[in-house]
Ligand binder design. Structure first.
Ligand code: ZN
Ligand code: ZN
Length: 237
């Protein structure tokens, strides 16, 4: 069956995302737009996953636990996990590798932690938007050790893109999919990067605002609506 997806969405925990990216607002907007499956991918943190997953369960939206990691090389990686527990276990390694810089709300924005009813239950005080000390190769291995999958984020962009930072997509990373930003012109991108034609491509919203969440634009054909079947798409079987 065909399922509509958006696998890169930020919640109000990400300093650069709007405060109204609450668990229920995200879930309701995704449903309004006709989506079946979303992933929550906050910068370097998993602290709002439980709330969005729970809000999703209550409303019939499948929410995949994820994270957008900023590696030591300043490359953004979309990391998706089979279950919350593993995302939290990855978060522990990421937090151990975060520079101990306090967030300044007036400069970077708020980092709000919520429960599934959209009550604020805390704030993350460490700045989440900076680079971690975990390098890209180590991060990819760590995610895969937890049975997660990695998709290099918005490789068509100038900043925080694996392609622009390293000048290539290293084959040793054994990646199947690359992510393109919402408005990337695919044909022009492939013309400029013919060596990347063997990859498969995922388009996401990278939404920081409710209105940015994808409509019915990206779909997967899945045997069943489970996190495992979505993650399998990104694995070499
Ligand atoms: Zn990013
Ligand atoms: Zn993002």
């Amino acid at each position: 069956m065909k399922y509509w997806v958006d696998l890169h969405i930020h919640s109000c925990l990400s300093p650069c995302a709007e405060d109204d990216m609450t668990p229920n607002n995200i879930v309701n907007m995704a449903l309004l737009k006709g989506l079946d499956i979303i992933a929550i991918t906050d910068h370097n943190s998993a602290r709002n996953l439980e709330a969005v997953i729970e809000a999703g369960i209550r409303q019939g939206l499948l929410v995949i636990p994820g994270m957008e990691l900023c590696t030591a090389e300043e490359i953004h990686l979309v990391c998706l996990f089979p279950e919350l527990k593993r995302a939290l276990s990855f978060e522990k390694s990421v937090y151990d590798n975060l520079h101990p810089i306090e967030n300044r709300e007036d400069i970077f924005g708020t980092q709000i932690i919520m429960d599934y009813q959209d009550n604020e239950i805390g704030k993350e005080t460490r700045l989440l938007s900076g680079a971690s000390r975990m390098d890209t190769g180590t991060a990819i291995k760590a995610v895969r050790n937890l049975d997660g999958v990695v998709i290099p984020a918005h490789i068509d962009r100038q900043s925080y893109s694996m392609l622009n930072t390293l000048g290539a997509i290293p084959s040793e990373y054994d990646l199947k999919y690359l992510e393109l930003s919402k408005n990337c012109l695919f044909d022009a991108f492939l013309n400029e990067n013919p060596s990347l034609s063997s990859y498969q491509y995922l388009r996401t919203s990278d939404a920081h605002f409710l209105g940015d969440i994808l409509e019915q634009e990206v779909s997967f054909d899945l045997k069943e609506k489970t996190i495992e079947s979505v993650l399998d798409i990104f694995r070499f079987m």
